[in-house]
Design a protein around this ligand. Sequence first.
Ligand code: M6R
Length: 362
Amino acid sequence: DKAGYKHFMAKEIAEQPVVLTGALGHYLNGDEIVLPELGIDFARVERMVMVACGTASYACHVAKYWFEQLAGLPVEVDVASEFRYREPPITPGTTALFVSQSGETADTLAALRYCAAQAAPIVSVVNVAESSIARESDLALPIFAGTEVGVASTKAFTCQLLTLALLALKAAHVRGRLSDAALAERIGELRALPGLVNQALGIEAECEAISRRLAEARDILFLGRGRMYPLALEGALKLKEISYIHAEAYASGELKHGPIALVDKTVPVIVMAPHDELFDKTVSNMQEVMARGGKVLLITDSAGAAAAGDGVWGLIHMPSVTPLLAPILYAVPAQLLAYHTAIAKGTDVDQPRNLAKSVTVE
Ligand code: M6R
């Protein structure tokens, strides 16, 4: 039931503070991260492969930053449909991690079975706890998002990210890369997440207004750097899925290696950039776009807005946030822009054409 919302997607976006609070409650006990019988000794893991499809694969791309930077673990990410047929060598010391909302995605399940046959320990991050992917894992971590009905994944994505952040912190601690005090500090940050997401939901009116303008575009580009690059990918996927507008995402630094040729005054360029250590680089990419008449929609915090200067076509004001939480929080504008652009175009938000909620055939 839609609980008074016009669409399941709207309900599921709004539910995020509540489900994230629930997930934190399941995984935290004071300053400790409690995982179901870990069964995998992260101190001995040498490398991880992370495999998923669609939005779940973007959660893996964010997690790669966390596992590499916090836990010092090399991570390779691949989409399941490529991974399963490439049959890459799984060297000893490799742990395989699969992310899936449904837990039944055919390609992801096949990739899992391939890794299991190579005797790799299998971790999964799933929403449906009784799913095939959960059952066939050594360690299945539920994301506690509750049932997700909208075809466009929203709350499952943010809950996947939270669960992956907790696992990365746990791995960093076990590997001696994070002291007790540093872990407690990071956990404190995560505890603030639901409140920040709630605050971020306050940008809905801004997103709605700008979405009416986005709805007129034929093509839209998304840019992001570092941990924001996977969020740009997610923003583009969400938008094309439900509004049918052609959208593509690039790592900001790739702009001048090709995509800038597309930029003119008809192509909005959505830049996802909290005021972090990479912000200045992103601003120079933005200026390259603006110098070619491109319309920049900048999604940033107050420090970013102040530093960006004049000339942007639109601005979405996000709460200020630590680097750990930024990729989770910036899912909210990605979702709201896609939702309101789809509404402005009059498409079927919850049941977009040609798509199924769960892709159980190849
Ligand atoms: O159930 P899964 O998480 O395995 O599904 C993976 C993708 O099919 C899914 O994330 C898809 O990309 C969504 N419709 C995106 O909104």
